[in-house]
Design a protein around this ligand. Structure first.
Ligand code: SAH
Length: 500
């Protein structure tokens, strides 16, 4: 359901992992006219907003002041009453220490229709991700969500520490990492056991989440020693002790491994997502970009009896070139269509063409082996500008007349020094094509550019023989080459490398 004009949606964006946003929040994000957001929202999600949406950041940026609450409410009223659909996006749940209730009251008073979309709250999600259930049979039958940050306008604290100390269950504290000493002292003074297990969970559900288990008495000293910073949840209760048995994040195959992904920006996302879902900390280093060649030039495949599509990019661009000739997929009806691998076959399938030939290994030699078994007269190859000619020369030597059409070229994408440093500091660099090798090395100033000061370098993992070959040409030996030469094969190789 799209956002309705004249409605203000008070929406929880969850604790940080974009995967923990609700389906409803995603729909509204993609359709709202105006987005008014806090600082603590999942990284990158604003990219999913409409390109013409008005985006207003009312959160603190880099320690700067945040927009005063009255002003935020004015903004909501202003856009709501102008008939726009407004997404008020907050971290976690909008009604849990999110001032969503105050905003709702103001909207009601102004006669503006609003809806509330709950979110996954950090106080439950961060412990869960750390392996701490906030309730547990026989251990904690209640849980209290408590603020560690008192509204300064209230003067003295409004929290009843004696009551909290006696509370029969888990205490979950939001905010207030710097006040932990005073909070713990008050709880202990009011009778909470000093040696009760406690946990600090920093940046819960984000790739760099950190958990430290300690005791109530040691909370402040531990936070100080470990340098725990906001956003963090503090949990006090016996359930904290379960963390040592239930921690699960650490058990993911790529937990905490830093991986540089060198694909073109447009394609890097899918690989990064697969790696991060296995626990890796990925950094995208898009050393290359592809650029269509002669995009408007007509291409007429009729008269050929074989079409070879040698990359996913070619599969995507092919149809634009057919359209330029006034043709569509029907022009391929008389041809045998060969795809270099399953990824390319999928791109073709998405456009209504089922490839007749897909070799098990995504390399030219494997495709050629299959093609050799059949006879063709005229072959059309659609490929990248500096694509290798293994296939063309192989087919020619079989007596096939070959025509090659270049659909795109790969060009360098400038890399800033932060990304270059992150690449050098990574545990692993993945290479998905010879061009990613070539252009990354160009950007870092040659093979020596990926070495660290102590002479060590990241592990290099290559998708297949061409890519490995390009590494060797540059004096680098790949640490591992994928057995299946596609993205899933590369991911499997990264996991294999991490396990040894
Ligand atoms: N409405 C939010 C809470 C806002 S108050 C919710 O329901 O989660 C902000 C506090 O939430 C932070 O100071 C911190 O204590 C907690 N918090 C938010 N995101 C967090 C995260 N990813 N990990 C740990 N704590 C987080």
């Amino acid at each position: 359901m799209k956002a309705t004009p004249g409605t203000v949606y008070l929406v929880g964006a969850g604790p940080g992992d974009p995967g923990l946003m609700t389906v409803r929040a995603m729909e509204l994000l993609a359709s709202a006219d105006v987005i008014v957001h806090d600082r603590l929202i999942p990284p990158g999600i604003l990219n999913l907003a409409r390109s013409d949406a008005l985006i207003i950041n009312v959160g603190k940026e880099g320690g700067g002041p945040s927009t005063p609450q009255e002003r935020i409410e004015e903004i909501l009223v202003e856009h709501g009453s102008a008939g726009r659909s407004v997404l008020r996006l907050k971290g976690g749940d909008p009604f849990v220490f999110g001032r969503g209730g105050e905003e709702a009251l103001t909207l009601r008073a102004a006669g503006i229709h609003f809806e509330v979309i709950p979110g996954v709250t950090a106080g439950v999600a961060a412990p869960a991700t750390a392996g701490i259930p906030v309730t547990q049979r026989g251990m904690a039958s209640a849980v209290a969500l408590v603020t560690g940050h008192e509204d300064p306008s209230k003067g003295e604290t409004s929290l009843d520490y004696p009551a909290l100390a006696q509370f029969p269950g888990t205490l979950v504290l939001y905010m207030g990492v710097r006040r932990l000493g005073a909070i713990a002292d008050s709880l202990i003074a009011a009778g909470r056991p000093a040696d009760q297990p406690a946990a600090l969970i920093e940046r819960g559900t984000l790739p760099d989440q950190r958990t430290v288990v300690t005791t109530l008495e040691e909370l402040a000293a531990t936070a100080e020693r470990e340098g725990i910073k906001a956003p963090a949840i503090t949990l006090v209760g016996d359930v904290a002790a379960l963390q040592s048995s239930l921690a699960w994040q650490e058990q993911r195959p790529l937990n905490g491994i830093r991986i540089a992904v060198t694909r073109a920006r447009a394609q890097a996302g899918s690989l990064s997502r697969k790696l991060s879902s296995l626990g890796a900390l990925t950094v995208e280093v898009p050393a290359i970009r592809t650029e269509p060649v002669d995009a408007d030039k007509p291409l007429d495949p009729r008269g050929f009896d074989l079409l070879c599509v040698t990359s996913t990019n070619s599969a995507r661009l092919l149809f634009g070139r057919l359209a330029a000739a006034g043709l569509d997929a029907r022009a391929l009806s008389g041809l045998t269509v060969a795809a270099i691998g399953p990824g390319t076959a999928r791109e073709l399938a998405a456009r209504g063409i089922t490839a007749d030939i897909v070799p098990a290994r995504s390399i030219s030699d494997a495709l050629l082996d299959v093609l050799k078994k059949r006879s063709f007269k005229r072959a059309l190859l659609v490929q990248a500008e500096s694509g290798r000619d293994t296939l063309a020369s192989g087919l020619s030597s079989l007596g096939v007349e070959v025509e090659t059409t270049v659909l795109y070229r790969t060009i360098a994408e400038p890399l800033d020094s932060t990304r270059i440093t992150a690449t050098r500091e990574a545990d692993v660099i993945t290479f998905t094509s010879a061009s990613t090798v070539r252009f990354l090395l160009e950007a870092v100033g040659g093979a020596a550019g990926i070495s660290r000061e102590d002479g060590s370098r990241p592990k290099l993992i290559s998708i297949g023989p061409n890519t490995s070959n390009e590494l060797r040409v540059n004096g680098l030996e790949p640490d591992l080459e994928a057995t299946d030469h596609d993205i899933d094969g590369l991911v499997a190789a990264v996991v294999l490398n991490a396990g040894r």
